[in-house]
Design a protein around this ligand. Structure first.
Ligand SMILES: Nc1ncnc2c1ncn2[C@@H]1O[C@@H]2COP(=O)(O)O[C@H]2[C@H]1O
Length: 281
């Protein structure tokens, strides 16, 4: 689709380098918490860029884990970051000469990782191991509005605003045939729609955690429930593919039914599934 809102106050985007392979996103986890067959958020862009690192990361083989060079984190909550320390431990002895895995996140998110995770108490400080000069992990700050260029395919990735209980972002993977957006965890968020104005939105992976009966929890924890998500989706053109992520275990049938009752005609949504591969534009 073409741009669907006015031009944004977008940052300068680095010139696109030739992209030799069509981008794919493999859904490793898209659940709002754990249970059998429910893995928390992790998406693999191509084979070397992880977007969030929830329990879905554990479905990658060791060889696949070894190919990961970048991790983009949406925020500091455990269900999105716990794969990072475990990934580091799994690959540390086999990555020598490859350089650190680069972890990209807001400064506030990185501060939480440094203080509460890689503190040699909850987990070893893998930003200094196996050698301080050649660690397995390095931490890199990003900012909303920035466009990164990451991975062997030099994918252009825009940092989007999210509105959650801790500082949070979403990400857009910019492609020549359309853009893929992952909102991260967010409640209603006018700034997101403002940021999407200049994008050529093709696929929207948007969160919804709770059914309508838990609306109060959704409000307190800054997540969507069907009524709030339906209001947000009213501004998304029908041709955009909308994929739901982060539904709490056991809630999907209710969420889908309640959402269907609130969406306008022509607005289809699909529940994202772990194991699914998305072809990006
Ligand atoms: N006020 C609350 N009442 C009940 N559960 C909450 C509350 N705040 C946060 N949570 C839960 O804690 C979880 C932390 O991760 P999430 O934000 O994915 O989802 C959150 C909710 O499931």
């Amino acid at each position: 689709m073409s741009n669907f809102l006015a031009q944004p106050a977008a940052p300068v985007v680095p010139a696109a380098l030739p992209e030799t392979r069509p981008a794919t996103v493999r859904v490793l986890g898209c659940s709002g918490s754990i249970a059998r067959d429910c893995r928390t958020t992790a998406f693999l862009l191509d084979d070397d860029v992880l977007i969030d690192a929830g329990t879905g990361v554990g479905d990658l083989s060791l060889d696949e884990l070894l190919r990961v060079d970048h991790v983009l984190l949406s925020h500091s909550h455990l269900d999105h970051v716990l794969g990072v320390p475990l990934l580091a431990d799994s690959v540390l002895r086999r990555r020598q000469g490859r350089g650190p895995i680069q972890v990209h996140a807001l400064p506030q998110t990185l501060a939480v990782l440094r203080q509460h995770l890689f503190n040699d108490l909850l987990w070893p400080d893998f930003t200094r191991l196996p050698q301080p000069a050649q660690p397995v992990l390095s931490l890199h700050e990003l900012a909303v509005g920035q466009t990164l260029e990451l991975g062997a395919q030099r994918r252009r990735i825009r940092v989007l605003p999210a509105r959650h209980t801790v500082p949070a972002v979403g990400y857009a993977v910019l492609g020549t045939g359309g853009d893929f957006v992952y909102t991260g965890d967010t409640g209603p968020n006018p700034a997101l729609w403002e940021a999407l104005r200049g994008l050529n939105l093709r696929q929207l992976v948007i969160e919804i955690a709770f059914s309508e009966g838990d609306r109060a929890i959704a409000t307190d924890s800054l997540h969507h429930c069907p009524s709030t998500l339906a209001a947000e989706l009213a501004q998304v053109p029908g041709e955009v593919e909308v994929l739901l992520t982060h539904v709490k275990p056991g809630e999907m049938p209710t969420v889908l039914a309640e959402l269907a009752a609130r969406l306008g005609p022509g607005r289809a949504v699909t529940a994202l599934r772990a194991g699914q591969r998305l072809n990006l534009g």
